[in-house]
Structure formats: C-alpha cells, structure tokens
Design a protein around this ligand. Structure first.
Ligand code: BG6
Length: 516
C-alpha cells in the first residue's frame, strides 16, 4: 500500500511536451476562495496564452444557489483582481465566459450527480470535449471521500485506461491530504478503491513554481554543482519559508492545521526531497517520484523523546510588520484565546544515506516574520583554515549557493575575492542571477502549470501517495508529542524571526540562520 508499484504506458520517457487534451473541468467547492483567487484566473491565463485546449468548458459545483450568469460575473471580478494578465481582455472574456457554468448541489446528493452527468454529456456535444474530465476537489478534505464515492457511483469517474483514445477522468485533490499518518493512510486506502494512482493528482502548488522546477535543472544540468552536492563539500543546508502575513480570515482552518501541517508536511518536504534526491534514471514522473521517496524514507526519524531537541515551535504575539501594528495569533478571528497552535516551526533533520550522512538540514517556516522569502541556502564547508589568506574576518567565509524560490526569483553564489590593491585581503562577493532581468518575462503561476499538466496527463509535478505518507510518517510523532505538552505561547513577537530557541537550534552546532 505504501509503495505503489505501477507503470504507466503513457509515460513519456523522452520528456517531450504533451498538449492538454479537450476536457471539461469540474471544480467542487467553486464558491471558495481558491477558485476565485487561483483556479479561474489560472484558466483565464491559460486561455490568454493559448494553452487551454480549444475544446474546453468549466463547471463550478457548489452548494450555494447561483445562476450561470451570477457565477460568471463573480469569476470576472476574480480575474480582474487576481489574474496575472490584467486588465481583463474584453474579447477573450466574451468567449471565455460562455465556457463557464455553475451546477448547484450538496456534495452527498445523488440527484446532483445524476444531473451533473447529464449536463456534462450535453456540454461534450456542445464543446466536443470527448467525455474527458478533470475533477478538481477544492473542498475541505473531509468531503473528498463522499465526492469521490459519488463520482464513482454515478460513473463520472472512469476506470483507468492507458489508451490515449479512450475518454479519461483525472481527479485533483487539494491539500491537506490527511491530518497525520493514520488519517492519510485511511484516506489513501479509501480513494484508491475508486481512483487509480495515475488518475490521482495530489496538488502541492510549490511544485508548480518555476524556481522549484529549476532545481532539477540546476542540479543535474550543471556538472559543477552536482559533483559537489554531498557531505564532502556541503556543510549544511537551510530551507526557509518566511511569510509576513498572519492567518487572515483562515482562523478555522489554521486552528486545525498549524504550520507543521500547512507548510512543512507538504511544501517544505517537497523542497527538501528535490534538493536531496539522487539523479533519476530518466525524467519520467515515475523515476523522479521514486528518487524523492527514497530521500524522504531516509530522513532519520525523530522519536517522541527527541522532539524538543530537534524541533522548535512558536506562535506569534503582537508586534509590528512593515511598520504596521498587528495582533497576536490568539487575537485573530476564529482563533481560541488559549490556542496552542504553532505559527512557526524550525527543524534539524538528517538524511541517513551515503550522500548526506552528517549534513544537517535546517528548515524554518513562520508567519508574521519580517519578510516574505522562500529560499534554499547551500552552505559549503570552509576551506582548510585561514592560514593562506588574511581577511578582515577571523576565517575565510564559506561559499553559499542561494536558490531564491520567491520573491525576486533567482540564484546567487557567494565566493571570496581579492580586494583590489596592495593589501592582499579577501572579501566575499556575490554572483547573482535574476529571472526577471535575464528572461524578462513573468513566469506562469503555479496553478496554471499544474492544471495544464493534469489536462495533459503528466503527474510529475504532483505528489505520489508514498511521498506524502513518508512525510507524514516523519512528522506524526512530532504532532503527537506536541499534543501531550503545553508550551508558553506566544513566544515570538510579530515582525521578529521567531522564538529565541530557533537560534539555539543552530548555535549548538556552531551555525546561524542566514540573515534575510
Ligand atoms: C498555502 C498555505 O499552501 O501556501 C498558506 O496554506 C501559505 O498558509 C501559502 O500562505 C504560501 O504560498 P506561497 O505560494 O505564497 O508561498
């Protein structure tokens, strides 16, 4: 169960680009935030860039009463506010709006699925969408089982076929996939009764980010990096996901989730596995997933008794972010005034394999930190003592390769240079590559790439079940331990870099978090 073993005859081992096929995308939870902020703007941007299949329609499925026209107008203002291409193009919109529909139903109501089936068949005739379906489950995860079961019961989900000429159905599941290892296994066992792994697209929007996709290119298309990408040359690695925002209107959600589940379990573990994996046998989804899983399974487990030693949690109190006074987490809407939910996590992890033995991986993720930055910093070992060179510092600074995931996407490399002149002293300098100035274009949003990949049948940038389960297996003891021990929260001020204990985590190994 934990290690699906399948081969996909459609898998494209030469990595040629596959085009999205004609299809209808049905969005469950269509009145939610994600639909208006991300999904429909992503569809519009795909249409804008001529990446949407020529034969396409989108149906919003949700519980509120609404006409097609109402839904379309809401989606128009969503595109106006959140699309990468603004303002909306009236010509494109006049065509695009006609492809959007609304279907009202409860998620458990058989009638709703019977009428949906009929409606989709009518749309197939109108748009020549060939019976192909993308079901996007953008609902709270507790609805996943019932929706999938009903889709199956009413033959909206088809059995998986590897023949490209048969109609296909694919299902995209939003995160979180489970709440811990037990619930993730339960969910996986349940959905796998109805969905083949090849039809299951577990989304992690970090994988759709251009800079994240570039990780494999940086590593495996550049001899100089990959040959030093191991414990002989690398001292440690820091992965930071820092956000200025608090939890906004998502109090209910965050009280259930917390930072470990919301960011670490998915986004950070994905970054870690891409940074640490071995070269895949080829660029197929299967080969890449296999290598990622191996890394996740090689992370040294943190037993309950060691949680406090290797994992730090924090919760923001009041403070100032960008000069503005902000409230503490416990004062946020829909948050308990005594909440023990963490909004900051720092971890020290070790990967027990040949390549990484002894190299610490430090991960930190926090809300209400001073700055929005996601980056991966590879700090190389120092050169053998400083005896050859004089510097103004006591030792020669180590090389650092920084992969800036966002914002200001790019890569920098810090190295030492001789200061011009007679003194012979050294100084660290930085080589900097910026996507915006080099390529001069805005990369597509993560959701555009991922939706397009799903329509093309490419699940490389989606999480496979065993990846998620390996990540839950590592993190569940931490959640269990935390649930047994209370901690004095809040323990960091908004606008600071987290609790003091996060500093000590590195200091005890003679290291420091990078100044961002
Ligand atoms: C989401 C989390 O998955 O990622 C949010 O639920 C978080 O809490 C967001 O703010 C961060 O995404 P990005 O793309 O802005 O880094």
């Amino acid at each position: 169960m934990l290690t699906p073993n399948f081969t996909n005859p459609l898998e494209d081992r030469t990595n040629t680009v596959r085009l999205p096929s004609p299809c209808i995308m049905v969005i469950f939870g269509a009145t939610g935030d994600l639909t208006s902020r991300k999904l429909v703007p992503a569809l519009y941007n795909l249409a804008y860039d001529n990446q949407l299949p020529a034969h396409f329609a989108c149906v919003g499925f949700a519980r509120r009463d609404k006409s097609n026209d109402q839904f379309r107008e809401e989606m128009r203002s969503a595109i106006d506010s959140f699309s990468r291409n603004k303002p909306i193009d009236p010509n494109l919109w006049s065509t695009f709006r006609e492809q959007i529909y609304y279907h009202r139903s409860e998620f458990h109501d058989d009638e709703g699925y019977i009428s949906l089936r009929q409606f989709l068949q009518d749309l197939d005739r109108k748009y020549d969408t060939k019976g192909n379906r993308v079901f996007y489950l953008s609902t709270p995860p507790s609805y996943f089982p019932i929706i999938i079961e009903k889709l199956h019961q009413h033959q909206l989900i088809y059995p998986f076929v590897s023949n490209e000429h048969e109609p296909w159905s694919r299902t995209i599941l939003e995160k979180p996939f489970g709440q811990d290892l037990g619930t993730a296994i339960e969910l996986q066992n349940y959905i796998s009764k109805f969905l083949h792994e090849e039809q299951t697209y577990r989304i992690d929007h970090y994988l759709g980010k251009e800079t994240v996709q570039n990780l494999l290119v940086l590593r495996f298309a550049n001899q100089m990096f990959e040959s030093t990408w191991n414990n002989r040359y690398i001292d440690h690695i820091q992965i930071t996901v820092s956000e200025e925002i608090g939890i906004g209107t998502r109090g209910h959600f965050f009280e259930e989730a917390g930072m470990l589940r919301d960011i670490v379990q998915n986004h950070m573990m994905q970054l870690l596995s891409l940074v640490a994996m071995d070269p895949p046998a080829n660029l197929s989804a299967h080969a890449i997933h296999d290598e990622k899983v191996k890394v996740l399974q090689s992370i040294r487990p943190i037993p309950h008794a060691d949680v406090d030693k290797y994992v730090i949690r924090g919760q923001y109190g009041r403070g100032f972010v960008n000069g503005a006074a902000v409230c503490g987490y416990r004062e946020e809407k829909d948050v308990s005034p005594t909440s023990s939910v963490e909004t900051f996590v720092a971890l020290e992890l070790y990967i027990d394999n040949w390549r990484w033995s002894g190299v610490p991986f430090y991960l930190r993720a926090g809300k209400r930190l001073p700055k929005r930055t996601t980056e991966i910093a590879i700090e190389y070992r120092p050169v053998p003592s400083g005896y050859l060179f004089q510097t103004s510092l006591s030792t020669v600074e180590p090389n650092v390769l920084v992969i800036r995931i966002q914002p200001d996407e790019g890569i920098s490399f810090k190295m030492n240079c001789k200061v011009p002149g007679l003194s012979g002293s050294l100084q660290p300098v930085k080589m900097d590559f910026r996507y915006s100035s080099y390529f001069g274009l805005t990369p597509p949003e993560a959701y555009e790439r991922l939706i397009c990949d799903c329509m093309s049948g490419d699940n490389t940038l989606f999480a496979r079940a065993d990846e998620l389960l390996a990540s839950w297996k590592l993190l569940t003891p931490i959640l269990e331990q935390w649930s047994k021990e209370t901690i004095a929260f809040p323990n960091y001020q908004s606008g600071s870099w987290g609790p003091a204990s996060a500093e000590s985590l590195l200091e005890r190994n003679g290291k420091r978090w990078r100044l961002l």
